[in-house]
Design a protein around this ligand. Structure first.
Ligand code: ADP
Ligand code: ASP
Ligand code: MG
Length: 438
């Protein structure tokens, strides 16, 4: 292919495409769950087209299709080949794209559905967790020039080895944002089943508050620590390519949450959101010789196996042996087991165990950067609710605690109340004054 057709290389922001009036709209699984939903989405897309925008719509698999396909695979094999998983899972998004194209034709507009591969999305070869390397949206641009509405099956691409890949759970968000970057879109609209980004999951805390605007940095932390509403990688891509994001409901026309630049934290709240992650598990390695290079060896091997590690704790006992605990996602547990078993003899540790009964609760807020009491108050609130903290990790704008899974709902509700997130912007004195006067 002619190199001039390379519109974007993710990782080279200087090669930005000129802004156009293209709109990229992404519809999540619940937004296309049944025929009524698909027709509603079709109308919404046609409205944008009527308003004068060339439209590219990215769709997810319908309802619980991806989970059902994973279950179908597990009924056949405990450890299915990752390449075949990608062949299987990518089908869910293709179904949605084709049905939506039909619904748009019914409304009298010309539409074409494309797979990720046909849309020009090139990825690396890491099956089930592929990263986009390059987008060559030649077919999309041709179809747009012919006046067609383009539907792209989200969450997938084609690898350098010409195999179909998928981008990891929630990956349609990344497809949408990366396409918006490649096409120089005016805006990337993420349509979902809630009205925007809330102070916490509105399904757990009904009085959670919708944020009208959130900084890219905070959304990235929320997404990375478990808020399902956006895939973390998609927020990174939006930040790198400066893509305006609007996260909103596909069921109402209410404006949602706009994602602003990092210095645009409109609300200087100490805590802007609380997240939880249920798919973490805790791994502990017992009796490691306390020698230089041991941790490097373990975590390099895990990284090579594409296992993402989160919180890490090391305890060294007086006898010179160390215990290391870390969290990883439950889906990576078998890979963690393989890696650690292969290192056991070489490193000479006693044993390792895994605990899938854990969860992580995280407070995120740009305002906590300059406020030291946030972590202490979090621990206090958890203690008052009888919740034991197993691990802690912090960054400049977040504090995470690993706790028992069964306590997650209590923890999220109690923290949301303690930081008065339902009330909007509350001053630091008010929040902390309230906590200490209890
Ligand atoms: P989609 O299928 O549209 O991609 P997801 O299920 O991936 O939707 O993400 C939307 C869900 O994210 C919501 O239904 C909500 O339960 C959950 N969620 C978790 N945390 C938040 C939050 N802070 N704000 C909004 N939604 C959240
Ligand atoms: N269907 C995929 C998933 O359920 C991708 C997505 O919805 O974004 O994770
Ligand atoms: Mg999603």
């Amino acid at each position: 292919m002619d190199p001039s057709e390379q519109f974007i290389v993710i990782g080279e922001p200087e090669r930005r495409t000129e802004r156009t009036n293209v709109v990229v709209m992404k519809f999540g699984g619940s937004s296309v769950a049944d025929a009524t939903c698909i027709k509603r989405v079709a109308t919404r897309i046609v409205d944008a087209r009527r308003a004068g925008h060339p439209v590219v719509a990215v769709v997810s698999a319908r309802g619980d299709t991806t989970d059902e396909l994973i279950e179908a695979a597990q009924e056949i094999s405990a450890n299915p080949p990752a390449r075949e998983m990608d062949m299987l899972l990518s089908a869910g998004e293709r179904i949605s794209a084709a049905l939506l194209a039909m619904a748009i034709h019914e409304l009298g507009y010309d539409a074409i559905s494309l797979t990720g591969s046909q849309a020009g999305i090139l990825t690396d070869t890491v099956h089930t967790k592929a990263k986009i390397l390059d987008i060559k949206p030649v077919r999309i641009q041709k179809a747009l020039a012919e006046g067609k509405i383009v539907l792209v099956a989200g969450f997938q691409g084609v690898s350098e080895d010409k195999d179909i890949t998928t981008l990891g759970r929630g990956g349609s968000d990344t497809t949408a944002v990366a396409l918006a970057a490649a096409l120089g879109a005016e805006v990337c609209e993420i349509y979902t089943d809630v009205e925007g980004v809330f102070t916490t999951d509105p399904r757990i805390v009904p009085d959670a508050r919708k944020l009208d605007v959130i900084s890219n940095e905070e959304l990235l932390e929320l997404a990375a620590s478990g808020a399902k509403v956006m895939m973390a990688r998609s927020v990174e891509v939006a930040r790198r390519f400066d893509i305006p994001l609007h996260i909103r409901s596909s069921f109402t026309t209410t404006p949602g949450t706009w994602v602003g630049q990092d210095d645009a934290t409109m609300e200087q709240a100490i805590v802007s959101g609380i997240t939880y992650a249920l798919d973490d598990c805790k791994v502990t390695i017992h009796g490691l010789p306390d020698k230089i290079g041991v941790a490097a060896e373990i975590f390099s091997a895990l990284a090579k196996a594409h296992v993402n590690i989160d919180v890490i704790i090391q305890n060294v006992s007086e006898g010179g042996a160390a215990d290391i605990s870390f969290t990883a996602s439950e889906g990576d547990l078998s890979k963690v087991g393989e890696v650690l078993s292969s290192l056991k003899e070489k490193l000479g540790f006693d044993s390792f165990d895994t605990d899938a009964g854990v969860a992580k609760v995280t407070l995120v807020g740009a305002g906590m950067r300059t406020y030291p009491g946030v972590a202490a108050m979090m621990f206090e609130v958890l203690a008052e609710n009888g919740i034991n903290i197993m691990m802690i990790s912090t960054s400049t704008i977040k504090v995470s605690c690993v706790i028992q899974k069964e306590h997650v709902e209590t923890a999220v509700k109690a923290l949301h109340k303690a930081y008065r997130l339902h009330e909007g912007l509350v001053s630091r004195q008010e929040v902390f004054g309230l906590a200490s006067s209890k």
